[in-house]
Design a binder for this molecule. Structure first.
Ligand code: NI
Length: 171
């Protein structure tokens, strides 16, 4: 496993569209493992391959625990929303590609998602609350969409101009 470099906005590669995985083979499994190691290294809860410059429809999610019960990490290829609830939730989101900024985003409260797991098995998962929010955030990445595209353009431009300045100072 390896810790991967994460792209930071603004970066055109974050707007690339992920290509569907034909089969979860050893290569895809290695990408999943690397993403998971990177996620733990950065203390995140979700990461998409696009954020590491890998143009594949692969995401990993680990919410840690719920009510003291550890949750298994979710490794997904080709995740696709099959249903979303009309009821919505407002969640404060952040993103490893938009470091340091947190904004409220409104998304469906409950979802059903199909995907291929790390063993190349078809899965259908129902999720709500934070897990549903996180899955939707990661699927957005596979379509080249960052969470700041769900907030007002004024806030988005402010965040992007600050991130641009930070990038310049780093060089
Ligand atoms: Ni993100």
């Amino acid at each position: 496993m390896a810790v991967l470099d994460i792209l930071r906005a603004p970066d055109p590669r974050l707007h690339a569209i992920g290509i569907p995985v034909e089969k979860v083979d050893r290569g895809v499994r290695k990408t999943m493992d690397d993403l998971l190691e990177t996620l733990y290294h950065k203390n995140g809860i979700g990461l998409a391959a696009i954020q590491a410059g890998i143009q594949k429809r692969v995401v990993v999610i680990d919410l840690g625990e719920r009510n003291g019960i550890p949750l298994k990490p979710l490794l997904m290829a080709n995740p696709e929303l099959q249903w979303v609830s009309p009821a919505t939730q407002k969640t404060q989101e952040g993103c490893l590609s938009v470091p340091g900024y947190y904004e409220n985003v409104v998304r469906p409260l409950e979802i059903r998602v199909s995907y291929l797991d790390e063993n190349n098995q078809n899965q259908l998962l129902s999720a709500r609350d934070l897990l549903a929010d996180c899955i939707q955030h990661e699927i957005d990445h596979l379509n080249g969409v960052l969470f700041i595209e769900h907030i007002s353009s004024l806030k988005r431009h402010l965040i992007l101009s600050k991130l641009r300045k930070e990038k310049k100072q780093r060089r």
